[in-house]
Ligand binder design. Structure first.
Ligand code: M5T
Ligand code: MG
Length: 741
């Protein structure tokens, strides 16, 4: 996984933007429960009155309130209010809001900050509570008498005037008596308790208190809506960025893997199976893409959300923080268990996909053989096994994952229950507000969800890391056949002399050399034929020339330059190669012939087709050169395919021709015609020609007889027939007595 980190580099910028957006999104998500708790606490329970500092207080009320404040508090309160009366310049402005102004002067709150309001809250709140407590005494009068400070006084006494005459000490005593039950509550409870008298005060000012409430709820609601909208926009943008990053990154990965695989020599192909290479470029990279897309959204969001949620929840209630701890521990335990069970299986899954791919590929490409041998049953079983293995493992992993969900839900619901249980008790004891409990619950859910997301990541990331390792493995391969840094170059006009010097070759991992100590020279303008029984090493030998493999020992020289010294492209540009098993690409005949040289002229293509004896069957087709060739060239016969392969090499007009048993599928007449035409047209080129038929090579300037990787005879047909036993053997099996003589 780390090995692929450099692929993230081009996407750093969008990633940073995405993280910033996620941060905003998390902040909006975390802010919402707080607003909800405000709606419950302030909007509903406090009638939309946010705090105990009213926006205006009548002068008469202020006089009563200040009776129960210390000199300092009194000064502070009065300083924060402006007294407005009929003569004030702002009278017109305020009389609309507070109609009571018409009758008496009103203290209007100055524009002060929230922290200052928080500071005034308990002072004014307590004063309101005391004043309403004193008022209550009056309403609780019995027999026209009030119990005031232990004395019976007539109920029509102006208690506040009386109080005004008392010393500050005595007044404090009264207020202490009135506030006793609120003293132990926190500031927020004092505010909540003071709401009723404050609401009365607003009424006295002539303010519509119902409107106050609904406008508070509306205001908060609209704010919440705005915040949600911001969150939604962030979510969409992050989704967009995530998809962009993931798709871009996997595009680059696929491109690099493909380029890498193109540079592979057969040695590397033998190491990875074709099926595995396909799975790696498709399924594995898709896996990575999916996980990147999801993790851009989750990996960064979950921790911000989790930590933010915990902080916010603690802010709402310290006493219930242990519930969060319980939830986190339970979730971590669950994730750990699931993680340890499922992880080892992910590696297995990718391997099983490889296997399934291999079986499918073999089945598709070998369909004819399978049918011919009636082994469908066997193949079905083989496929079935691969399929079942994959299904089984997939099911197992999914079952583990799925079982996690209900347990998660159980934990979540248990936690909710616990919060309601504990919270309800605290609400009953007035040590918590209902809205705070609800917000706490939402924060708890957000914390749990962030853990849920993290756990998803724990499951997805290992899977992606398995995939990433498999892709990195391909990318890390250093092909054995590479261009030298200070490479040599051929002369402009190369001759094309091929020289094998003590060449030995062994397939990677094999125990024995296939080619043993070969020495020969193939000259320009001549045909060098190679003949030998099957498995003698003919294909192996000629495959060394275009460097499909490098020699194990010795060297191959072209015009005196070791072929390992020149760039692969330069070397291969000089060679026209016709493989033993002709292969064509999907397209048309023309596109296949132009494969050798896309700028080749019409005339040249026609010439190549004529030499290759292909023109006849091409012109028989109504579309001629435009005839479609299906995938793998399955809609032409074996012989036609060979002739097109030959024509393709001829289009190139190279200095060196290599024909690997390329005439095997031709009838004798076509074979002879083709060879004649070739002889005429290959001119000064060097021709290496592998054949099984003596008749094909009889006229070659030089024939090399190969047996078990060793040269057992070199010479012309005439020479060999006299002095090479192996050649005689081959010849006598193919030619009649007269022909031999
Ligand atoms: C020569 C072995 C093969 C054989 C010997 C292509 C290839 C061959 N071999 C490998 O181990 N790995 C390979 O990828 O090498 O094989 P050849 O050179 O293909 O023989 P040939 O061209 O002379 O035979 P044929 O049948 O084409 O006339 O032992 O196992
Ligand atoms: Mg061969």
């Amino acid at each position: 996984m780390v090995k692929l980190a450099k692929y993230a580099k081009p996407f750093i910028m969008p990633l940073i933007v995405a993280i910033a957006l996620l941060f905003v999104q998390a902040m909006t998500d975390l802010a919402l429960p707080d607003y909800m708790s405000n709606i419950v606490n302030k909007g509903i329970q406090q009638n939309g009155i946010e705090n105990a500092v009213p926006s205006a207080i009548t002068q008469s009320k202020m006089n009563k309130l200040t009776l129960f404040m210390s000199e300092n508090d009194k000064k502070e309160v009065i300083d924060n209010y402006t007294l407005i009366n009929k003569d004030s310049s702002d009278y017109e402005k305020y009389v609309k809001d507070y109609p009571q102004l018409e009758k008496e002067s009103v203290y209007v709150l100055k524009d002060i900050s929230k922290s200052e309001i928080d500071k005034l809250n308990p002072t004014i709140g307590k004063a309101f509570l005391t004043v309403s407590g004193v008022d209550k005494m009056k309403s609780e009068a019995k027999n026209g008498k009030i119990n005031f400070n232990g004395q019976e006084i007539p109920s029509n006494t102006d208690l506040f005037a009386l109080l005004g005459k008392l010393s500050e000490e005595q007044r404090t005593k009264v207020s202490e008596q009135a506030n006793k039950k609120f003293e132990e509550l926190g500031d927020s409870m004092i505010v909540q308790a003071a709401i009723a008298p404050i609401k009365d005060e607003y009424k006295a000012l002539g303010v519509n208190t119902d409107k106050l409430q609904s406008s508070y709820i509306k205001r908060t609601g609209v704010t919440m809506l705005g915040i949600s909208l911001i969150g939604a926009v962030c979510t969409i943008l992050v989704g967009f960025l995530g998809a962009k990053i993931a798709a871009g990154l996997s595009r680059n990965l696929r491109r690099d893997v493909f380029t890498k695989v193109e540079s592979f020599s057969n040695t590397e192909f033998d190491k990875f199976s074709t099926a595995s290479l396909i799975t790696r470029t498709t399924n594995d990279i898709t896996q990575i893409q999916m996980v990147i897309n999801m993790s851009v959204r989750m990996v960064f969001y979950a921790p911000i959300m989790g930590v933010g949620g915990i902080l916010r929840a603690l802010q709402k209630s310290h006493s219930m923080s242990w519930i969060i701890a319980v939830a986190v521990i339970a979730l971590l335990g669950l994730i750990l268990i699931v993680f340890s069970i499922a992880l080892p299986k992910f590696k297995a899954i990718q391997k099983l996909i490889d296997r399934l791919n291999l079986v499918t590929r073999e089945n598709l490409s070998g369909m004819m053989v399978i049918r011919a041998f009636s082994t469908q049953k066997f193949e079905e079983q083989r496929f079935d096994k691969a399929n079942k293995d994959l299904t089984g493992t997939n099911l197992f992993v999914n079952r583990v994952m799925v079982s996690m969900m209900p347990i998660m839900m159980l934990i979540m619901n248990g936690i909710t229950l616990l919060i309601v249980w504990v919270g309800a008790h605290q609400v009953a004891q007035s040590s918590m507000q209902v809205g705070d409990m609800m917000a706490f619950m939402q924060y708890a859910m957000q914390i749990i969800f962030s853990f849920l997301m993290l756990s998803m990541m724990f499951i997805l990331i290992p899977r992606a890391s398995v995939a990433a390792d498999r892709v990195a493995e391909v990318l890390a391969v250093q092909p054995v056949i590479v261009d030298k840094k200070d490479s040599k170059h051929f002369e402009k006009e190369i001759q094309g002399t091929i020289e094998f010097k003590n060449v030995s070759f062994r397939y990677p991992g094999a125990e024995e050399d296939v080619i043993k100590d070969l020495n020969f020279k193939a000259l320009p303008g001549q045909t060098t034929a190679i003949i030998g029984s099957t498995g003698a090493g003919k294909t192996t030998l000629i495959n060394l020339v275009p460097r499909f493999y490098d020699v194990t020992d010795g060297q191959i020289l072209i015009d005196g330059i070791d072929i390992r010294e020149v760039p692969q492209k330069e070397l291969r540009d000089k060679i026209g190669y016709v493989p033993q098993k002709g292969s064509l690409f999907s397209g048309t005949i023309e596109s296949n012939l132009k494969y050798a040289d896309e700028n080749s002229s019409e005339e040249n293509i026609r010439r190549a087709a004529e030499i290759a004896q292909a023109i006849e069957f091409i012109s028989e087709r109504p579309e001629g050169f435009e005839t479609a060739i299906s995938q793998g060239g399955t809609n032409v016969s074996g012989g036609q395919k060979q002739r097109l392969s030959i024509a393709r090499a001829l289009v190139k007009r190279p200095e060196i021709y290599i024909f690997d048993d390329s005439f095997s599928a031709l009838d004798f007449k076509t074979d002879a015609a083709l060879r004649r035409a070739l002889k005429k047209n290959t001119g000064s080129s060097t021709v290496l020609l592998v054949a099984q038929r003596i008749s094909t090579i009889m006229n070659a300037e030089q024939i090399i007889v190969l047996d078990e990787g060793k040269i057992v005879g070199v010479g012309t047909h005439k020479e060999l027939i006299k002095n090479c036993a192996t050649y005689q053997e081959i010849a006598s099996s193919q030619l009649s007595k007269e022909e031999l003589a």
